[in-house]
Design a protein. Structure first.
Length: 364
C-alpha cells in the first residue's frame, strides 16, 4: 500500500510539472501590450484594503441667543469755529534793470568758387580674346565588393516563466510573468562587381588674352568750393524788466471757541451668543481600495534577479527611511512590507517589484 501511494505521488508531481511548463503562447487580452524584446512583464492580485475610521455624529444642532447691550455716554470738550479763515491780496510792483547786449547787424553768408579738374596718363590691360571652355571625357571605374545580406529577419516570441519569487503578494503564483525573447536574424556573405565612379566629362577653362594700352584720364574732377562770410554785430544798451509785477495772497487764520457737550460713547447694540452643537464619536470599518489584478508592468527578468540586485534594493529602501530588515539579498516578509509602504507613499501600484518602483528607488 505504501509503495502504491509513493508511485501515485510521483505521477501527481510529474503531471503538475507538465501543466506548469507546457503553457501555450498567450493571446488576445492576456498578452502584455507593447512588449519589448529582452524584457519581462507581470500582473499581480492585490487584496482589498480596509481601514478603521472614527467620525463625529451630530446629537444636538448649534443655536444662538440674543442679549441687549445698553448705550454708553460721555461729556466731551471741543473747539468750535467762531470765524472762518480768509485771505487778502496785496500788489508787489515790478523791478527794472539796464542791460547791454550784442545784436546781429548783417547775417552770415557764403560764396562758391570753381576748382578746375586735373588729368594724368594711365596704362591699362584691354581684353583681346575672351576666356573659353572645352570638355574632356573621364572613363568609368569599377571595383569588387563583398556584402552581407539577410537570409531570415530577426523576430521575437513570448515565453512563460515560473511564478515570480519577487511578487509582494502572500502567494507568489498571484504574479503572472511573460518574457519577450529575441530570435536573431541569419545572414550570408556575397561578392560582386559594382560601379565605383561613372564615366563623366570634365570642363577645362582656356584663359583670356589681354593687350596693354595708354590713355589720358581725369585724376581729379572739377569741383566747387564754398567760402563762409561771417555775420556782423553791434552792442546796444536798454532797460528791461527784472521781476514782473505780481500779487501776494496773505492768509488770515480762522478763530475758534471752546464748547462742552454730552455725546454717545458706545451705541446700544445686541449681542448674539453662540451655543455650540453637541456630537458623539462613532467608529466603523471602511473599504479604502478594491482588490483586483493589476495591469501588466515591466519586472526584472529571472536572469537579472540576483542576490546582489536584491541587496541594492534593500539598501535603497533603508536609505529612503523604510526598514527592509537585514541586507541579505532575500525578498523576505520584512523587505516586502517595506516595499509596499514605499509604493503607497509614492503613489505606485503595490503587489509586485516592477521597474517603476526600482526607478523611484534609484536602482538601475
Amino acid at each position: 500500500m505504501v509503495l502504491i501511494m509513493k508511485r501515485f505521488n510521483i505521477l501527481f508531481l510529474a503531471a503538475m510539472l507538465l501543466s506548469i511548463t507546457a503553457v501555450a503562447q498567450p493571446g488576445g487580452d492576456e498578452m502584455p501590450p507593447n512588449g519589448e524584446p529582452g524584457k519581462c512583464y507581470a500582473k499581480c492580485l492585490i487584496p482589498d484594503e480596509w481601514t478603521t475610521v472614527t467620525e463625529q455624529r451630530l446629537v444636538k444642532e448649534a443655536s444662538t441667543r440674543i442679549t441687549v447691550v445698553p448705550a454708553e455716554f460721555e461729556t466731551v470738550t471741543e473747539q468750535a469755529l467762531d470765524k472762518a479763515a480768509s485771505t487778502r491780496i496785496s500788489v508787489v510792483p515790478a523791478e527794472f534793470e539796464t542791460v547791454t547786449e550784442r545784436i546781429m547787424v548783417k547775417a552770415p553768408s557764403t560764396r562758391i568758387e570753381v576748382v578746375p579738374a586735373q588729368y594724368s596718363t594711365a596704362t591699362d590691360n584691354v581684353l583681346a580674346k575672351a576666356e573659353s571652355k572645352k570638355l574632356i571625357t573621364v572613363p568609368a571605374e569599377y571595383e569588387a565588393v563583398t556584402e552581407t545580406i539577410e537570409v531570415s529577419p530577426a523576430s521575437t516570441k513570448w515565453v512563460k516563466r515560473k511564478a515570480d519569487r519577487n511578487c509582494l503578494s502572500a502567494d507568489p503564483n498571484d504574479c503572472q510573468v511573460w518574457c519577450l525573447v529575441e530570435v536573431p536574424a541569419r545572414y550570408e556573405t556575397i561578392t560582386k562587381t559594382v560601379l565605383k565612379t561613372p564615366a563623366t566629362t570634365k570642363e577645362v577653362v582656356v584663359p583670356a588674352e589681354y593687350q596693354t594700352v595708354t590713355k589720358r584720364v581725369v585724376s581729379a574732377p572739377a569741383t566747387t568750393r564754398t567760402i563762409d562770410i561771417p555775420a556782423e554785430y553791434k552792442t546796444v544798451t536798454k532797460r528791461v524788466v527784472k521781476d514782473p509785477a505780481q500779487t501776494q495772497v496773505i492768509e488770515i487764520p480762522a478763530e475758534y471757541k471752546t464748547i462742552t457737550k454730552r455725546v454717545v460713547k458706545t451705541p446700544a447694540a445686541t449681542r448674539v451668543i453662540e451655543i455650540p452643537a453637541e456630537y458623539k464619536t462613532v467608529t466603523k470599518r471602511k473599504l479604502v481600495k478594491q482588490g483586483n489584478f493589476t495591469e501588466w508592468k515591466e519586472v526584472l527578468c529571472p536572469v537579472k534577479r540576483t542576490d546582489a540586485t536584491m541587496r541594492t534594493i534593500q539598501r535603497a529602501l533603508r536609505d529612503a527611511g523604510y526598514d527592509p530588515g537585514p541586507i541579505d539579498g532575500v525578498l523576505g516578509s520584512q523587505t516586502k512590507a517595506a516595499l509596499i509602504k514605499f509604493q503607497k507613499a509614492n503613489n505606485l501600484p503595490t503587489g509586485r517589484l516592477d521597474v517603476d518602483t526600482l526607478t523611484k528607488l534609484g536602482v538601475n
